[in-house]
Design a protein around this ligand. Structure first.
Ligand SMILES: Nc1nc2c(c(=O)[nH]1)N[C@H]1C(S)=C(S)[C@@H](COP(=O)(O)OP(=O)(O)OC[C@H]3O[C@@H](n4cnc5c(=O)[nH]c(N)nc54)[C@H](O)[C@@H]3O)O[C@H]1N2
Ligand SMILES: Nc1nc2c(c(=O)[nH]1)N[C@H]1C(S)=C(S)[C@@H](COP(=O)(O)OP(=O)(O)OC[C@H]3O[C@@H](n4cnc5c(=O)[nH]c(N)nc54)[C@H](O)[C@@H]3O)O[C@H]1N2
Ligand code: SF4
Ligand SMILES: [Mo]
Length: 730
């Protein structure tokens, strides 16, 4: 007889509360948990596939070792750790710690214990070569935050907001920013019902755009001019929050001068929107209470830092932060209490520090070490050359721009270790693939959902929510699978290295070194012991959260924003000279159009509800409609090119070409190709299997094109392409 148990879905970062039918340790069925007050029964199609993922015939149940002929064979995990330890020790001696790098991807946050231990391992060997997928996501958010300074209180409570500006974010499908985490469709309907007005800037008519008061269905890549024009209108019409700016903000006059060239008519022409809509968007945002939030699209244009800086400036100029005495509905739960003081933490540099890369003058930044430089660091000979890569919860061979270059580099490593549940593109290149437990086989807690609040304004839960789940499923019979952190712990033990972890912080930044707890390297800690250390400073004790197996709100009605501390001098800065110099460069090119002769379309990024980066492409429930990643185009464009639904096309950029299958999408602006990226596995015969497995849009990107000079992120969207009918590859 199956029993039904509550748990937390960790297929994506949203952490939905679920109910799982389990029999003999085997998960049978997953659905949303109506007893959870935040998610209210929501569970997307991906979450429903967890039983299939658990028992998938291709799931790796044993650690795999690569044989000289390139095939993999299962080996005991301890044997793999032994050999990896030996090889890493040898590289340490002969090449030094910098030759050992780490890459962490989206699944590195599924278990809050993974990264603290993995990072402690890297520290113990003395390497700061830690690359993250955030660096090819929205690293400009963190750098812009540093340059602008941080208001030490949250944006106004979601329920009190009257307006929201969403720039290139699609939260009803992605659970990203713009709507509260949880059940985004219901949040949207409720908010519209309350009279909240949405402003959407997106070349596609997304679900939120359909309900929006103003939708600027712009050309892609024009977000910097569009925000600058909005700021121009607001400042010119004196719609800014003068009192807030006087009390807390520097740089207003410099900003005013810098946005002056961005005349609404001029920008509207360039972005191909109506000037009247642009002006209305500015007035509506300035006149309401709410925040501006952005997603991947505008961050993928080579100026992510400047874009995010203007987005923060827009929030600040309109005074969209909460003030002394206002309530704080989400002060955090499993994290330490969120700060709530009506004052500004002053700006910092936020980039160009720490580990210097040997290529393109890059260094570390608040958005993480630039992953798109990893291939060059592997290929460039000389002192410090990367020779070993430990890849945790990511799929670099699929995710990093310029797939051919990345794969060529990964193939040349002396040691590639991939932790993966399946034979992903990276796993098939790896010397060792460590087979991990899937989340249902491990305890979990919603710490990262707390920390998401600090990723950007408009992210995170509406109210203070938390949930803990024990492991609710057993690994399949015969499996030898380990938690990711256990791999690093055992590797450290084998190499004689000490490990320590600190209690988690509210923002997710590394914890206080003074509070670090050294791990016993003789007796392996339990999962729950690690969770106890991580939540040591939690606002709500983990033990109390455990009393609510379906998850709960943990309200703190007494928490209100405190008055500015006496003598506090910190101020936000909307006039950072480097940002404004970059903006001036954009202004001077404002009337120049047509950069890409012969490439009439623009390839833009997107996500969809039934895909998750390179994950789940083997799950029947997610493949049923499209087993590949369609190239969406406007029906008029298809007509013009003589193409129909399902036709095979060649997409060609200046740096590469690939086959794809077109699909009409009338919600899309004409002139675009909109595509999910990480499909198709390794390059080589992607084109041959395009209908069964899709293809990788990263083949059309370069790592050195239109690079954001603060984060090193290359252009990953709005890429000029041409489209023509193609013949199948035999
Ligand atoms: N062209 C282009 N490139 C992009 C993007 C784009 O839109 N266009 N998006 C960018 C963005 S935003 C991001 S965040 C990155 C994503 O970059 P990555 O995080 O590197 O890529 P994912 O495909 O999410 O890789 C997740 C890996 O984890 C494995 N996995 C699944 N479940 C588990 C588990 O339980 N445990 C472990 N250990 N592993 C598991 C999967 O099999 C997969 O190999 O890609 C970036 N690259
Ligand atoms: N279902 C699902 N959920 C996911 C993921 C997934 O793959 N599937 N991935 C996760 C990850 S790693 C991330 S980073 C988040 C991302 O979450 P989002 O940022 O919401 O992701 P996208 O769907 O890529 O949204 C980008 C939007 O930007 C628009 N866009 C493209 N180019 C431009 C431009 O130049 N300007 C403007 N203004 N808009 C533009 C696109 O049309 C699209 O609607 O989602 C996460 N959640
Ligand atoms: S949105 Fe879907 S995949 Fe993400 S946590 Fe919720 S149910 Fe799981
Ligand atoms: Mo991402």
């Amino acid at each position: 007889m199956p029993t039904t148990v509550p748990s937390v879905c960790r297929f994506c970062h949203a952490g939905c509360a679920i109910l799982v039918d389990v029999e003999d340790g085997r998960p049978l069925r997953v659905r949303g948990d109506r007893d959870n007050p935040a998610y209210r029964g929501f569970c997307c199609v991906k979450g429903q596939q967890l039983p299939d993922q658990w028992g998938h015939p291709d799931r790796l149940l044993r650690t795999q070792k690569r044989m000289p002929d390139g095939s993999h064979r299962p080996v005991p995990c301890a044997e793999a750790i032994e050999d990896i330890a030996l090889r890493l020790s040898e590289i340490l001696v002969t090449r030094g710690p910098r030759a050992i790098a780490m890459y962490s991807g989206t699944y590195s946050i599924a278990n809050p214990a993974t990264m603290p231990i993995a990072l402690s391992f890297m520290e113990a060997i003395g390497s700061s070569m830690v690359f993250t997928s955030n660096s090819i996501d929205q690293p400009g958010k963190a750098v812009a935050q540093a340059l602008h300074g941080t208001w030490l209180a949250p944006p106004p409570a979601f329920d009190d907001r009257t307006v929201a500006l969403l720039v290139g974010t699609n939260p009803t499908a992605t659970m990203a920013g713009g709507l509260p985490l949880a059940n985004p469709g219901r949040e949207l309907t409720d908010a519209v019902g309350r009279g909240m007005r949405f402003i959407v800037i997106d070349p596609r008519r997304t679900e939120v755009a359909r309900r929006a008061h103003v939708h600027l269905q712009c050309r892609p890549g024009e977000d910097v001019p569009l925000l600058a024009a909005m700021l121009n209108v607001i400042l010119r019409e004196e719609r800014h929050d003068a009192a807030f700016l006087r009390d807390h903000v520097d740089g207003l006059e410099a900003l005013r001068a810098a946005v002056a060239p961005f005349e609404p008519e001029r920008v509207a022409r360039r972005a191909d929107v109506r000037a009247a809509d642009l002006v209305e968007a500015a007035r509506l945002f300035a006149g309401g209470r709410g925040v501006a939030t952005a997603g991947t699209g505008p961050n993928f244009n080579g100026r992510g830092t400047l874009f995010e800086y203007l987005l923060l400036a827009l929030n600040t100029v309109c005074g969209q932060w909460s003030r002394a005495g206002e309530r704080v509905p989400n002060p955090g739960t499993l994290s330490p209490p969120f700060p709530a003081i009506a004052q500004a933490a002053p700006p910092r540099k936020g980039y160009g520090y720490g580990e210097k890369l040997r290529v393109r003058g890059l260094a570390n930044c608040d958005g993480g070490l630039q992953a798109s430089a990893l291939a060059e660091e592997i290929l460039l000979e000389g002192e410090g050359q990367v020779r070993a890569l430990l890849s945790v919860g990511g799929n670099p061979a699929s995710a990093i721009p310029d797939q051919a270059l990345t794969v060529r580099a990964l193939e040349q490593l002396d040691l590639l270790v991939q932790i993966d549940i399946k034979r992903s593109a990276t796993a098939s290149l790896a010397d060792y693939v460590i087979a991990p437990k899937v989340p249902l086989e491990m305890p979990g807690m919603t710490l990262v959902q707390d920390q998401l609040t600090f990723y950007g304004a408009g992210f995170g839960h509406r109210e203070a929510h938390a949930q803990y789940t024990p492991a609710i499923a057993d690994p399949p019979r015969g499996a030898e699978v380990v938690e990711e952190w256990v791999f690093f712990y055992e590797l450290a033990r084998r190499m004689g290295l000490p490990l320590s972890i600190a209690p988690a912080t509210a923002t997710g930044a590394p914890g206080d070194p003074a509070q670090r707890v050294a791990l016993d390297m003789k007796r392996r800690p339990t999962h729950d012991e690690l969770f106890a250390i991580l939540t040591r400073n939690a606002r709500v004790p983990l033990d109390e959260v455990k009393q609510h197996p379906h998850g709960a709100f943990f309200p703190a009605p007494e928490v209100v924003v405190a008055e500015r501390e006496p003598g506090w001098t910190g101020r936000l800065d909307v006039g950072n000279p480097e940002m404004l110099a970059d903006l001036a460069a954009v202004a001077s090119a404002l009337d120049i159009v047509g950069e890409a002769d012969g490439f009439p379309y623009r390839l833009i990024c997107r996500r969809m509800i039934h895909t998750f980066n390179s994950n789940g492409q083997d799950l029947d429930g997610l493949r049923s409609k499209w087993p590949y990643n369609p190239a969406f185009m406007h029906p008029d464009d298809l007509d013009r090119e003589g193409l129909s639904k399902g036709d095979l096309v060649e997409l060609e950029s200046k740096s590469g070409s690939m086959l794809a299958i077109v699909e009409p999408d009338e919600t899309l602006r004409p002139g675009l190709v909109s595509m999910v990226a990480s499909f198709g596995g390794l390059p080589g015969n992607q084109d041959k299997h395009v209908r069964e497995r899709g293809t990788n849009a990263g083949r059309l990107l370069r790592v050195d094109q239109d690079v954001d000079r603060y984060t090193g992120q290359p252009r990953m969207s709005n890429v000029p392409v041409r489209v023509r009918a193609a013949e199948p590859v035999g």
